[in-house]
Ligand binder design. Structure first.
Ligand SMILES: [Fe+2]
Ligand SMILES: [Fe+2]
Length: 131
């Protein structure tokens, strides 16, 4: 069972970033599938962490390219998310590689509130900039 299914309410209309968000979602679902099957998910958790770090860097470069005025605040939020992610990943490792509900709640909240609330703002700016 998927943790979350992609739908258009998550789409920003910035193709490259939507593509990366979809990849992150696919990895989240893979971890969730592993969790349901009782599997050790350390490797996938590490992959998702690396994919998030790459995505944030790509997103920050995109925001820079459109002269997004709230870039620094957004960067700080990314940094905090990566710190929280590392904390969860550490707890999963310490727990023998089994994921937990707190981790999935964090992922879901990140998806919904960060993509829809925070990422959506640079997408609106990018539309305003005529790109
Ligand atoms: Fe973001
Ligand atoms: Fe994003």
């Amino acid at each position: 069972m998927s943790l979350m299914v992609w739908d258009n309410t998550l789409a920003l209309g910035v193709q490259a970033m939507d593509g990366e968000h979809k990849e992150l979602l696919a990895l989240m679902n893979k971890i969730h599938d592993g969790f349901l099957a009782g599997a050790v998910v350390n490797d996938t958790v590490a992959r998702l962490g690396a994919a998030c770090a790459r995505h944030f860097a790509d997103e920050e470069a995109f925001m820079q390219s459109i002269a997004y005025p709230e870039l620094n605040v957004h960067k700080l939020l990314h940094k905090q998310l990566l710190e929280k992610y590392a904390h969860h990943a550490g707890a999963i490792k310490a727990g023998g590689g089994k994921a937990n509900e707190a981790f999935f709640s964090f992922l879901k909240l990140w998806l919904v509130s960060h993509i829809k609330g925070i990422d959506a703002k640079y997408a609106a700016h990018s539309r305003g900039a005529g790109r």
